[in-house]
Write a protein that binds this ligand. Structure first.
Ligand code: KG4
Ligand code: ZN
Length: 341
C-alpha cells in the first residue's frame, strides 16, 4: 500500500481532514459550523475563518487517530486552495504548509470542484466503488457552485458551463427560508416535500431547453417569493399561497431537479461520454438521485454518485485527488496561494 495522504478542507463552513491511501478512505472527519451560521441564515466569512482556526488542529489529530496513523506514516499533504472564502482557505493552507515544512512532506493544492467529482473514485468500508471510465461528464451542485465539467482523466478537465447566477443549493436554501424552514434549507426542504405534489405549482425551469450547459436559478427564487406574496404584493408575514408546505416544497424541489437532471444528461449526450458523475451537497437529495438514475437509464448512461458522506464537503475527496496529483509528480511550494474564485 502506498503511504497515506492527509487531506485538509476549509473552503467554506466545514473544517475537515481525512486520510486516504490507494483510493481507500481510512478516516474522514468533518466538523460542521452550521450551528454557528444558522442564526444569520448564511455563512459569515469572518466567523467561518475564526472557527476553522480554532478547530483545524483537533480535526487533523482526530483524522490521524481514526486512521490509526501517525504524522511519520504520511506520504504527502493535499489541501483545498480554490475556490472558496479566502479567509477560510488560508487556515487550511497554513496548516498544510506548517506540516509540510516541519515534516518535509510533499504538498499539493487541490481544486475543490474537481474533487467533488473525484469523490466517486473513493472506496469506503463495505462499499466497493467501480473504477470510473473516462472521458466522463461531472455535475457539481452545491451551495456555492453549480456547473458541468468534462473530464478526460481525473486530472484533466474543462468547464462546459454552469449557473449564470445563484447556485442550486443557494436557491434551495433561500427558497426554504422563504417557506420558514431552518438553515441550511436544502435538507429541510427535502423533508418538507415528502408526500407533496411536485406538480402543484409550475415554477420556472429557466434555460432548461437551451442547448448549452448554462443554468439559472435566480428566477425560480423570485417566482417563489411572488407566489408566496400573492399577486397583490401581499406581506411576507402573511403568505397568500393556497398550497400547503409539502406541495410548495415538492414543487420547488422538482423545478431544481428538472434543470439539474435535464442539463446534465443533455451535456453527457452532447459530449458523447458513457458516464455521468454527480457530486456536491445537493446530490445528497433523494429526489435528484432518483430522477438522475431514471433519466440516465433511459439515455443509456452509467450514473455514479458518491455515498452521501462524500457528496457534501469533506477532505477525503481532497486527499484522494491530491494522491493522484502527487503520483503524477505535481508539487506545490510554500508559496501556494488561496484563490477564491
Ligand atoms: O457541497 P456542500 O456541502 O457545500 C458547498 O460547497 O456549498 O453543499 C451544501 C449545499 C447547501 O445548499 C445544502 O442546502 C445542500 O447542499 N444540500 C441539500 C441536501 N443536503 C445538502 N440540498 C437538497 N437536499 C439535500 N438532502
Ligand atoms: Zn463543496
Amino acid at each position: 500500500m502506498k503511504a497515506p495522504i492527509l487531506g485538509i478542507e476549509t473552503s467554506c463552513d466545514e473544517t475537515a481532514a481525512a486520510v486516504v491511501a490507494d483510493r481507500k478512505v481510512l478516516s474522514n472527519v468533518v466538523r460542521s459550523q452550521i450551528q454557528l451560521h444558522a442564526a444569520f441564515g448564511g455563512v459569515i466569512p469572518e466567523l467561518a475563518g475564526r472557527a476553522h482556526a480554532e478547530s483545524i488542529a483537533v480535526v487533523i489529530q482526530e483524522a490521524l487517530d481514526r486512521a490509526g496513523c501517525g504524522l511519520g506514516d504520511l506520504g504527502g499533504l493535499a489541501v483545498t486552495h480554490t475556490p472558496g472564502l479566502v479567509g477560510s482557505l488560508l487556515v487550511g493552507l497554513s496548516a498544510a504548509k506548517g506540516l509540510s515544512l516541519s515534516l518535509d512532506l510533499p504538498l499539493v493544492g487541490v481544486n475543490h470542484l474537481a474533487a467533488h467529482v473525484y469523490a466517486a473514485e473513493l472506496t469506503v468500508p463495505k462499499l466497493t466503488v467501480p473504477v470510473l471510465e473516462y472521458p466522463l461528464v461531472g455535475l457539481v451542485a452545491s451551495g456555492g457552485h453549480t456547473l458541468l465539467l468534462r473530464f478526460e482523466d481525473p486530472l484533466t478537465w474543462t468547464e462546459l458551463g454552469g449557473t449564470v447566477d445563484d447556485a442550486a443549493g443557494e436557491c434551495l436554501d433561500k427558497t426554504a427560508a422563504l417557506l420558514g424552514l431552518p438553515y441550511p434549507g436544502g435538507p429541510h426542504l427535502e423533508k418538507a416535500a415528502a408526500g407533496g405534489n411536485p406538480a402543484a405549482v409550475a415554477f420556472p425551469r429557466s434555460l432548461l431547453h437551451e442547448r448549452t450547459a448554462r443554468m439559472s436559478f435566480s428566477g425560480l427564487k423570485t417566482a417563489v417569493l411572488y407566489h408566496l406574496k400573492g399577486q397583490d404584493g401581499g406581506r411576507m408575514d402573511r403568505p397568500q399561497a393556497r398550497e400547503g408546505l409539502a406541495d410548495l416544497a415538492a414543487s420547488i424541489q422538482a423545478a431544481v431537479v428538472d434543470v439539474l437532471v435535464g442539463k446534465s444528461v443533455a451535456a453527457a449526450l452532447r459530449e458523447g461520454v458513457g458516464t455521468l458523475v454527480a457530486g456536491g451537497g445537493v446530490t445528497a437529495n433523494s429526489a435528484l438521485r432518483g430522477r438522475l438514475a431514471e433519466r440516465c437509464k433511459e439515455a443509456g448512461l452509467r450514473l455514479v454518485v458518491p455515498p452521501m458522506a462524500l457528496c457534501t464537503d469533506n477532505a477525503a475527496m481532497i486527499a484522494g485527488l491530491g494522491s493522484c496529483l502527487l503520483a503524477a509528480g505535481r508539487r506545490d511550494g510554500l508559496d501556494l496561494e488561496a484563490v477564491p474564485t
